[in-house]
Design a protein around this ligand. Structure first.
Ligand code: ADP
Ligand code: MG
Length: 566
């Protein structure tokens, strides 16, 4: 019988744990790990940069609910991978980063790509393990996978020293090690807390008494796949709902009870807010005045006890979003709420919604050329809606492009929106596109990106072409960060005053040509007809494409919410 080396044993353990996809960059000392994984039926998506691969692995974790796997080389590979690891931590998405590291006996003597990687990952990982010997490999693999998915999901790290990667055991010993590690998996880790009946009754009683109740849900509810429980809850109670940006689509944006277009009124006036899988952080104005009423009573549903302790809501329910909402539904079953269309709260929200929607539609209806943000966004919205079900997964990043896209583009299905997330991370675009295409092969992926956001990971268009992924990347090209040079004339002084502004890129950059270098399809568009035809052609081709949309460099501005910080 052939011997099994650590590269093989890692691949075997991953496969045994049900891992079916990996993202990463190969090189010393992990190349054969990737090859072995492929040979065992795991799809390995090879990137140009660990940063994009890491973002991909994090989004894959979010979309599937199972840890996304990121493979990196040692030292700098690990450092680049921290982008993905930290993104997973901040978004509470399950991810496992696996990195090779230098030879244990040469550590501290300046070995090739030497770094104390266990120390480097500390701020960003829930749990990390170093396999110091081949006999520990299967147990370490299962442990990091279990920790990443347990409780509040997050990033975990596995360190594989290069000397260990070359150790071998017999095939039967490898099987024995895997079986032993599987038997000793900590089942308690995966168990989820159960909410007490009395707490559920309290929540329902409060919701019943409320005059202006609101349900808010976020990407934690999306990860919990709470859509059908939420649908039942909204139907039984008639309570209006507000999704966070990535909660969009759990219930369709065009639902009668969607309060998105009346967001300020909804959060400003609600008296009881049931918040499910969404943190009361900056994205929800910390749950504080002036955006929220000072008397609002929060009922928070979160898998994380720490989160509840941090926010100190009126009532905290620690548990899985789907389980908790199902239990609430059971509790209200025999006695449904009936807020109804004529209830003053519902009337106020729907009146506001109608007003805001008609204002926005009036803006959108105009064909402005050279393009502002609104005109092309409307055309893209309509082209996406025309596709029907399964809806494409939308990837969005940028300043204006993401903000305007969030209000204009319509999400009708769960987990079909990936954006800059909790950290507002720019550079996630192509990694997210690739993860979405790999996680949901039945769906088209459409990215709507600012030119600056696109640039962070643009080289990965080659990866799209190499794997022939059905991804259409639409670049809103306004010549820079926020677009062009926006300095006042008196600011433009000093010895480097003739340099381009820090916000500027080459005007008219031919991003569509970039993908053509690898055999993909590129389009340059500047009018409604050109855009419509590029969308129609690329959506039906389902092949990698970049649509370079020329936008007026002076259209739009920084997001209202963040302007004071710049
Ligand atoms: P959003 O950005 O959409 O507001 P956040 O990332 O701020 O969402 O919040 C997501 C929350 O969901 C986190 O606090 C996380 O602990 C929680 N969460 C993750 N998984 C679950 C789950 N299965 N059930 C309930 N809450 C969850
Ligand atoms: Mg721009």
């Amino acid at each position: 019988m052939a011997d099994v080396d650590t590269n093989m044993l890692v691949a075997m353990s991953l496969a045994r744990a049900g891992v079916d996809r990996m993202f990463g960059v190969v090189g010393i000392p992990v190349t054969s790990l990737a090859n072995r994984a492929v040979a065992l039926g795991i799809r390995f998506i090879a990137f140009h940069n660990e940063q994009s691969a890491g973002y991909a692995a994090s989004a894959y974790g979010y979309l599937t609910g199972r840890p996304g796997i990121l493979l990196t080389v040692s030292g700098p590979g690990c450092v680049h991978g921290l982008a993905g690891l930290s993104n997973a931590a901040v978004n509470t998405w399950p991810l496992v980063m696996i990195s090779g590291s230098c030879d244990q006996k040469d550590f501290g003597r300046g070995d090739f790509q030497e770094l104390d990687q266990i120390e480097a990952v500390k701020p960003f990982s829930k749990f990390s393990a170093k396999a110091t010997d081949i006999s520990k490999v299967p147990a370490c693999v299962f442990e990091v996978l279990d920790w990443a998915a347990a409780g509040r999901p997050g990033g975990c790290y596995l360190d594989l020293p290069s000397d260990v990667l070359h150790q071998t055991v017999s095939e039967s010993e490898a099987e024995r090690l895997i079986a032993e590690a599987q038997d000793s998996r900590n089942k308690g880790l995966i168990e989820r807390p159960i909410v007490k009946e009395s707490e559920i009754e309290k929540a329902v009683a409060l919701l019943r008494q409320a005059e202006r109740p609101l349900i808010v849900f976020g990407k934690g509810a999306a990860m919990a796949r709470a859509e059908s429980a939420l649908k039942t809850m909204v139907e039984r109670t008639g309570i209006p709902f507000l999704p966070t940006p990535m909660g969009k689509g759990l219930l369709p944006d065009n639902h009668d009870l969607a309060a998105t277009a009346a967001r300020s009124l909804a959060i400003g006036k609600c008296d009881v807010a049931l918040v499910i899988g969404a943190r009361l952080n900056w994205l929800l104005h910390f749950g504080e005045p002036p955006k929220w009423s000072k008397d609002v009573k929060f009922i928070l549903v979160d898998i994380s006890k720490d989160e509840i302790e941090l926010r100190k809501p009126w009532l905290g329910l620690v548990g899985d979003a789907t389980k908790v909402v199902e239990t609430i539904n059971k509790e209200i079953k025999d006695d449904p709420f009936c807020l109804g269309k004529n209830h003053p709260w519902i009337e106020a929200l729907s009146k506001k919604t109608k007003e805001n929607v008609s204002k926005m539609e009036a803006q959108l209806a105009k064909d402005v050329v050279p393009f502002n943000f609104m005109t092309p966004m409307r055309i893209i919205r309509d082209a996406i809606l025309e596709l029907g079900s399964p809806a494409p997964i939308l990837v969005s990043e940028g300043a204006n492009t993401m903000d305007i896209g969030r209000s204009v583009l319509v999400q009708t299905e769960p987990r079909t929106r990936l954006d800059a997330g909790t950290w507002g991370t720019m550079g996630v675009g192509l990694g997210y596109c690739i993860a979405a295409a790999v996680a949901s092969p039945e769906r088209l992926v459409v990215a709507v990106e600012g030119d600056s956001g696109f640039g962070f990971s643009a080289m990965e268009v080659e990866t799209l072409v190499r794997y022939q992924l059905p991804v259409v990347v639409i670049v809103f090209n306004n010549g820079g960060v926020y677009g062009g040079d926006r300095r006042n004339p008196e600011e433009i002084t000093g010895p480097y005053k003739d340099d381009p502004a820090p916000t500027s890129f080459v005007p008219g950059a031919a991003y569509h040509v970039l993908i053509e270098a690898f055999g993909g399809k590129g389009y340059l568009v500047g009018t409604p007809d050109e855009l419509k035809s590029a969308l129609a052609e690329s959506f039906s081709a389902r092949k990698p494409a970049v649509i370079n949309v020329t936008i007026d460099p002076y259209a739009g501005a920084e997001s209202g919410r963040l302007q004071h910080k710049n």
